[in-house]
Design a protein around this ligand. Structure first.
Ligand SMILES: Cc1ncc(COP(=O)(O)O)c(C=O)c1O
Length: 395
């Protein structure tokens, strides 16, 4: 058997992530590999920290990319901040809140759940009531952008409530960073983890994280050793120069980090507010087209994420067949529903580099074509015009 080089097909990635990677980022990743203790590399990493601080809107010194995907960023927050016996309030309104619970329990903590229906945001009143009933809680955690449902929860309000009850916060910003407003310092968030592959337009596999001084102090004063050697921030910091020195911890994913650096330079060039506005603009255009076809969103307008559009599958339509046809005929990837929403929704991502007018019109046209072929009950012939009208009004 002769195995040749792998050449992936060219796709348009409009699912829940990864999003399309900007060519500038792929080019940056192809630059020569140097040593991770090389002064030039260390200089690049110092810039990376500043760029990440901008993306998170923070001055937190402990702001770094974890050398692994978003799930590892999640574990980094939990294994460092939860000690055996700690009570942690976990807000769950989709898949990823469930993973937070797992992380609390595997770190030896006791999870107290605040549950909301999938498709609804975390209810601040429920959090308030739960904190009143559990005054010994140490941490509150929730997901800003629930990728499984397309819902945004209100970080500012939830953080305020947690602070009033003397709890630190852990926020999942994997899908939100770069796409939805997030201001760590202004809102007083203590720990956040994110992902490189969504609204930052980079390849998957890195998880930027940031910890407030309060959170860093709690990590330093732990009674028990962090159970994960790799994710123990006390050790990782010795490489990242928390104390001004650089010691070997693990071999950094050097070329992947060139990619993230380039992605963050591009975000700074565009400007964070402009990137948030772009995501909103393209979402509104997609929405106009989807509604013109007679389809509906899962989530109420006031809580909708612009970067993750959860759309109800029309009656009688085999949603998997639609996705298969989009991939086969148009090389276009959109996402399926998860858990109780499987078969009921599609998840259309407009994240990072993918979030542009060309993709909005392409996706609407392809979806309309496939749904028409399958004789789905939609209004044909108006979607692109409805989206186009909105895009030209906003131009
Ligand atoms: C909200 C959220 N949290 C965590 C993750 C996990 O990230 P990763 O798949 O990079 O490990 C994802 C991935 O889709 C996500 O959407």
């Amino acid at each position: 058997m002769e195995i040749k080089s792998f050449n992936p097909p060219i796709r348009t990635l409009m699912g829940p992530g990864p999003s399309d990677v900007h060519p500038r980022i792929l080019q940056a990743m192809a630059r020569p590999t140097i040593g991770h203790l090389d002064p030039a590399f260390i200089g690049m990493m110092d810039e990376m920290k500043l760029l990440l601080q901008y993306a998170f809107q923070t001055k937190n010194a402990l702001t770094i990319p974890v050398s692994a995907p978003g799930s590892a960023g999640m574990e980094t927050c939990f294994v460092n901040l939860v000690e055996p016996g700690d009570k942690v309030i976990v807000c769950q309104n989709g898949v990823f809140g469930g993973r937070m619970k797992e992380n609390v329990e595997r770190s030896g903590g006791k999870a107290v759940m605040v549950e909301d229906a999938w498709g609804m945001p975390v209810d601040p009143q429920k959090l308030e009531d739960t904190l009143k009933a559990h005054s010994d809680a140490k941490l509150v955690c929730f997901v800003q952008a629930e990728t499984s449902t397309g819902v945004e929860s209100d970080v500012k309000t939830l953080t305020e409530i947690a602070q009033r009850h003397d709890c630190l916060t852990i926020v999942d910003a994997v899908t939100s960073v770069g796409g939805s407003p997030l201001r760590l310092d202004e809102w007083g968030v203590d720990a956040v983890y994110s992902g490189s592959q969504k609204c930052l337009s980079c390849t998957p596999g890195l998880s930027p994280v940031s910890f407030s001084e309060r959170a860093a102090a709690r990590i330093k004063s732990r009674k028990h050793k962090v159970q994960s050697w790799f994710l123990d921030l006390n050790l990782v910091m010795s490489y990242w120069g928390g104390d001004g020195k650089r010691a070997y911890h693990h071999t950094a994913p050097i070329n992947a980090l060139y990619g993230l650096h380039e992605a963050l330079v591009m975000l700074a060039e565009e400007g964070l507010e402009k990137a948030w506005a772009r995501h909103q603009r393209n979402h509104q255009a997609l929405r106009a087209g989807i509604e013109a076809m007679g389809m509906q969103f899962l989530v109420q307008e006031s809580h909708r994420l612009p970067q993750l559009n959860a759309i109800k599958v029309p009656e009688g339509v085999d949603e998997a067949q639609v996705r298969q046809r989009l991939l086969a005929q148009f090389s276009l990837e959109i996402g399926a529903g998860l858990g109780s929403l499987a078969g009921k929704i599609w998840r259309i991502g407009l994240m990072g580099y993918t979030s542009n007018p060309k993709n909005v019109l392409f996706c609407l046209t392809a979806l309309e074509r496939v749904l028409t072929e399958l004789k789905a009950p939609i209004v044909a012939g108006t979607a692109a015009a409805a989206a186009g009208k909105l895009l030209s009004e906003q131009a």
